[in-house]
Write a protein that binds this ligand. Sequence first.
Ligand SMILES: [Ca+2]
Ligand SMILES: [Ca+2]
Length: 284
Amino acid sequence: MKKRALAVLVGGVLALTVAAAAVAATVTVTPAHMDGWAAVNDTCGAPSTGSIAFVNGPGSPPAGVGSVQFKTGSNGDSYPSLRTANYNGTKLSSLTALDYWTYVSVAPGSQAAYIDLYVDNNGDGVRDDILTFEPVYNGTVTANTWQHWNALTGLWWSDSMGGPPPLFTLSSYESSHPNAAILGGSDTNFILAAGCGGAAWTDFVGNADKLTVNGTTYNFEPTIGPPTSKEQCKKGGWQTFNNPSFKNQGQCVAFVNHQQKPKKKPKPHDNDNNQGQDNDNDND
Ligand SMILES: [Ca+2]
Ligand SMILES: [Ca+2]
């Protein structure tokens, strides 16, 4: 709940300072900065053969240069996932945006990465349902291209109803479950995943990126950086780093200078191995 409150606050601050209040704040999620997300290589059956990775591409991702990749391997019941507790306690009726992009490289059965929500319908802190949004029930999944899916208005299925089918929209589910909320507590109850479906998912390879939940867009990226030379900062190079990220070229160059600068005044008990070496290029 703390993380969610923080995200809402950030959105509110931006709304005051940015005229286009409808634009979601973008958070870059990398292995070095997970921002409340966890990569979990789970299984719904036999031991997992799956994996999760933050990769470059494929193709031209909708945000940044990379994405999160899910592989199931030989066991289609593998359940590689990226999960967060950031939205625990959020009522389904409070969702104002929920959309994302997928890319499929190898799909044995028209599958693409999907969303699972663990749902509490009566506020007792105990899970009552799992709602699942799957691209395969919302259009034609095409290999080797990025596709956009609007889960807020799209079709879902319910574990408690024995689906799929039936397929239904979130608003229709809300009308019959007015208190439905993403389960609270500290577990990760918002899940982006692949697999858990037997032969239809065997050897699946697919990616996801640019997930927007209400006021926040998550841009999944590989860790890029830190820069190791000033040259890498120049000609716009500073914009490519996310570990750390920079506001301009000067900040990037200053970072490199600071990293390379030898300690000039070692403390008395500091065993500085660089002491006595001259590697600061100042000809002394
Ligand atoms: Ca990305
Ligand atoms: Ca419950």
